[in-house]
Design a protein around this ligand. Structure first.
Ligand SMILES: Cc1ncc(COP(=O)(O)O)c(C=O)c1O
Length: 396
């Protein structure tokens, strides 16, 4: 190709080069209406006396925080929960002006000042941060709303249950902060889900939280009290209090495999990738790094350009399958950074450019994050979060 031919070719295709089709290689598809519907289902389930917080941390569990936030609010969610200051600022920049609670701990004055300026509610576990918040508010002549976290058994963030009263008395002396909420987090509600008879740890956490509130006296009723994640929300209405904080169920998944729910929650996410090359190889040929798989027969293989850099764990190598035309085809060999191979010998009509579904529904069959977890020892939360890095996201 000479120089003039080359520049002609480039200028013709500039638009495509600048905006490649997000569905050309591999992508995550998020059905925004499903998020809205799940939010509505959950809101109806908890009833009108309880608020619904949509937990959209980690880029909305890999679904895209802005999309999830907007559609969850449209479906009836009242507020948003994030883990970090940056996640909160991102949502404010996207024009979301509802209440946003930062579930993580902000420890220095700069972060807390940003939180104040962006009207994000920080979680406080001790007097140190409360004093910083008070100083910020005093210097800026505006009250700073905060929520207090109590540790009822997660042994992570939060003050001890028996410190709450003293801490709140001290906070009450700090005139520029306004304690709006008190909360705790369940440690094993997903394991306890459905088990209502036995005294399980979730019930112990519930009793500890109730005691903290009782010891606060009538004051506790002025606060927004919250304890339940998805598992707590779905398992027992006594865990609901004034607000529930749901993540996984909003995205359409149940937090435990042995739990059955009548709620019609639907997964909102699909992970799909195109076949980039079809190969025919003889019996006994090693496939991919390490040659962990050797063909047992003359085989047809489909190379797909999605790998662990896109969020499919290498631990799943040789264990997962993907769907094409509603039929499962097995993945073979090591999952590499950017590619993996499927054995399509039993479905030989597959062509370059066809789409495989790695997660989600195709026809009557669907593959869920839990299916992957059963094979890798992961948890659905981790599987979902791993899609927030490289894959383009297509919102429908
Ligand atoms: C404090 C807090 N509340 C609620 C949630 C939502 O949990 P789930 O996704 O199980 O509903 C999380 C998520 O980890 C969390 O950290």
């Amino acid at each position: 190709m000479n120089k003039s031919e080359r520049s002609f070719t480039l200028s013709e295709t500039t638009e495509n080069v600048m905006n490649p089709d997000p569905r050309s290689r591999a992508w995550v598809e998020v059905d925004s209406k499903v998020i809205e519907k799940n939010s509505r289902v959950l809101k109806n389930f908890i009833g009108e006396d309880c608020l619904l917080m949509a937990v959209v941390k980690a880029d909305g569990y890999g679904h895209g925080a802005e999309t999830v936030a907007k559609f969850a609010l449209a479906g009836g969610a009242d507020s948003l929960g994030v883990a970090t200051l940056e996640e909160g600022i991102q949502l404010r920049n996207a024009g979301l002006n509802c209440q946003i609670l930062i579930l993580g701990n902000l420890i220095n004055a700069e972060e807390l000042y940003s939180s104040f300026c962006w009207d994000l509610i920080p979680t406080i576990s001790g007097i140190r941060e409360a004093i910083i918040c008070n100083n910020i508010a005093e210097n800026n002549h505006k009250k700073f709303d905060i929520h207090l976290k109590v540790d009822t058994g997660m042994t992570r963030l939060g003050c001890d249950c028996d410190e709450v009263n003293e801490l709140i008395s001290k906070i009450d002396y700090l005139e520029n902060i306004s304690l709006k909420g008190i909360y705790s987090h369940l440690a094993i509600a997903d394991k306890d889900l459905g088990n209502k008879t036995q005294l399980n740890f979730t019930q112990i956490q519930l009793s500890r939280f109730e005691k903290v509130l009782k010891d606060l006296g009538p004051r506790n009723r002025l606060l927004c009290r919250h304890l339940a994640n998805s598992a707590g929300t779905l398992s027992d209405s006594r865990l609901h209090f004034d607000m529930v904080r749901v993540g996984l169920s909003l995205y359409g998944y149940l937090p435990a495999t042995d739990f059955e729910s009548d709620l019609s929650l639907q997964p909102a996410l699909k992970v799909q990738a195109r076949v980039t090359l079809v190969r025919e190889v003889e019996k006994g040929i090693g496939v991919g790094y390490g040659h962990f798989f050797k063909t047992q027969r003359k085989s047809k293989l489909a190379v797909v350009a999605i790998g662990y850099a896109d969020g499919v764990s290498r631990n799943l190598s040789g264990k997962i399958s993907a769907l094409i035309d509603g039929v499962l085809v097995p993945q073979v060999g090591a999952i590499a950074m950017d590619q993996m191979v499927f054995d399509i010998t039993d479905k030989p009509d597959i062509k370059t450019g066809q789409v495989l579904t790695l997660l989600g529904k195709d026809g009557e069959v669907s593959i869920s994050p839990q299916n992957w977890c059963d094979l890798s020892g992961s948890i659905p939360w981790e599987v979902l979060c791993s899609f927030r890095n490289r894959l383009p996201r297509v919102v429908t």
